[in-house]
Write a protein that binds this ligand. Sequence first.
Ligand code: NI
Length: 197
Amino acid sequence: MTAMVKFRGNAACAVPSNQVKYPMSIRKIFKYPAPVLRQPTATITSFDDGLAKLVQDMADTMYEAPGIGLAAPQIGESLKLIVVDTTKDKEEEQSFLPMVNPEIIAHEGSQIDEEGCLSVLDLTASVKRHKKVTVAYQDLQGQPHELTAENRFAVVLQHEIDHINGILFIDHLSPLKRALYKKKVKKWANSEEPTEP
Ligand code: NI
């Protein structure tokens, strides 16, 4: 895997200050049924500082949540951009992979795994996905890459790529389960209960 970027973590002292390019920035995560989660996303064509800053914001926001993947629409940016956590074990420093304009170009098999989403409050559910996927994407310099993943990492990639296509994991549930969840969200909206952290 290339283009790995080290997460600088919450402890600023752990990283030499000359490596901290941008101030820590935690962005608001939009929650279902926010319309931005359903909007079409634009292909990224500028591989500039703005993109690098946005990726850092996404990583900061993802680890703060905490989550293992985040797509740009979840922080209100309608762009084809995701970040996925690539940390192998808890002892190691957190690292993530930014994937620009990611697209599944091959897949095989199937698996069922439990999913949740930072944009879908208070719900986890089993979702059927491909067992193995190959994703074409670009790095922050615009260089093209391909990555093949399986099992849990393949689930994360499919879940995040769904986001940039306006699809949420609840769309993969049975109509009944989805209806029950929608009803629950409506109830929250009608009550004064705070549903946003
Ligand atoms: Ni999600």
